[in-house]
Design a protein around this ligand. Sequence first.
Ligand code: CDP
Length: 229
Amino acid sequence: MTAAPVITVDGPTASGKGTIAQRVADSLRFHYLDSGALYRLVAWRALRDAVGADDADGLAHVATAIKPRFSDGLISMDGADVTDAIRTEEVGQLASKIAVFESVRRALLELQRSRRSPPGLVADGRDMGTVVFPDAQLKVFLTASAFARAERRHNQLIAKGLSANMPTPSQEHVRREIHARDERDAQRTASPLKAAEDAFRIDSSELSVDEVVALVLKWYAQSQEHAAR
Ligand code: CDP
């Protein structure tokens, strides 16, 4: 039996990959894997259980133990809705710190691969095309200028802060946080952020979400024609 098709969307923080991957999955009625959410769930649990950010074994243990449930855009774990709790900058920064550990990455591998089932999967992250699904039918690497990414993330935080009645960090602060995360993600030795050699690259700085989604769907249709030949 041939494995279900996979489309991978990798890229740096705030490049828009989550929005694009989700929209492509909806269009094709494919499953969707937000792999960053798994790293965030490990970070959130490590904070809760006071596991240190440099305790590789303790963190790998947490990564093995998490049993999240994804349904209708909500994420729950240990009986609690953690959808918003894992989206804070604190959790995001810690997620990128613990993602450097090979033991943590290995512990999450099976959980990620288990999401591959018919009719197909769209997976977004940093190493979906390079490590987790190297045989993906289509690989996309999505970037955007540092300015566009800081602006997007800042707007997201404003929207979230308004609904949660929380103060919003300045755009300069957001820019610095994004830069720190980019450096860590690209410099680590375990599965660093980089485009797979066979990935299609898109710079979304000047493109709308609809335009990027249309491009990915076009490439996917072409890859299917190619596979059928
Ligand atoms: O929201 P943002 O795009 O900034 O991050 P995310 O996709 O939620 O991922 C949070 C962190 O997990 C990232 O900064 C990465 O360091 C790490 N990550 C990873 O190492 N590998 C993945 N496949 C996905 C996320």
